[in-house]
Design a protein around this ligand. Structure first.
Ligand SMILES: NC(=O)c1ccc[n+]([C@@H]2O[C@H](COP(=O)([O-])OP(=O)(O)OC[C@H]3O[C@@H](n4cnc5c(N)ncnc54)[C@H](O)[C@@H]3O)[C@@H](O)[C@H]2O)c1
Length: 252
């Protein structure tokens, strides 16, 4: 039996790419990776004022030309990518019947094709021991009225995660997902402005409190590193128990 070492959690010398890292979950993941010893490259369409990343680019992950420039910068600096976290994403609230074709296309690009685009571009820089972590949503696993296209695209990324895990297993590259919920961030709070008034204290996860972006960062550190070396094709739900409870929330 292989010995388990506390050093297994460290990411020393690994090159980690995190998308959507100006704030929220992406920022927490980028900071945690740096804390655990990785070289960190980040991108976001907003300026990254608080970043601790070694390389931070302002760009839209939906733009393949920008993705190529970003990938070249990472390659020039480190020559490889060990960890890729596809975190950027977002949505707006609208009934399906009120969502235009243009709106739908935006959601598909924002939550699905930017993920395939980033993986396609960075995969040639990844080798045995590499780890891809896709940030999906608990809504990938349950009905989400008002967020139908977003939920479908997150479900698509979850499916992609499992298929790529199999395709990339012979190369020693693991592919997993984190499905967050109830982690208050600017994106999450803005989206739920109406019902967040009631969210605390009326609708809480089974654990009885909201989480923190750092909870997703902890999951990302684990999935990125050697302690998760035999874990691929799976989803870690970081949601205070919402998924396990079938979407049920605690009412005090
Ligand atoms: N917070 C939660 O509880 C929760 C729940 C479900 C899913 N998620 C998912 O977690 C991820 C992070 O969400 P968050 O809550 O931190 O949101 P957030 O809106 O606070 O942060 C998202 C960051 O990604 C950036 N971004 C978005 N689209 C981009 C693009 N096309 N190009 C470049 N940058 C882009 C934004 O500028 C922002 O800095 C998202 O994929 C979201 O769908 C979060």
């Amino acid at each position: 039996m292989a010995a388990l070492s506390p050093d297994g959690i460290l990411l020393t010398g690994r090159v980690a790419v995190v998308t959507g890292a100006a704030r929220g979950i992406g920022l927490a993941i980028a900071e945690a990776f740096a804390e655990f010893g990785a070289h960190v490259a980040t991108c976001d369409r907003d300026p990254q004022a608080d970043t601790t990343a070694d390389l931070a680019m302002t760009m839209d992950v939906r733009d393949p030309v920008a993705v190529d420039v970003f990938a070249r910068a990472v390659e020039e600096r480190w020559g490889k990518v060990d960890i890729l976290v596809n975190n950027a994403g977002g949505t707006f609230h609208a009934a399906f019947a009120d969502t235009s074709v243009r709106g739908e296309r935006t959601l598909v690009e924002e939550n699905f094709t930017q993920v395939t685009g980033m993986i396609r571009r960075l995969l040639p820089l990844m080798a045995k021991g590499g780890s891809i972590v896709n940030v999906t949503s608990s809504e990938a696993h349950q009905a989400a009225p008002g967020f139908a296209i977003y939920a479908a695209m997150k479900a698509a990324v979850e499916s992609l995660t499992r298929s790529l895990a199999l395709e990339l297993a012979p190369r020693g590259i693991r592919v997993n997902a984190i499905a967050p919920d109830a982690l208050p961030t600017e994106g999450e709070l803005g989206l739920r402005a109406d019902d967040y008034e009631d969210y605390e204290p009326v609708r809480l996860p089974p654990l009885g409190h909201l989480g923190d972006p750092v909870d997703a960062a902890a999951a990302a550190v684990f999935l990125a590193g050697d302690l998760a070396g035999f874990i691929t094709g799976t989803t870690l739900h970081v949601d205070g128990g919402i998924h396990g409870a079938g979407g049920w929330r605690r009412t005090p």
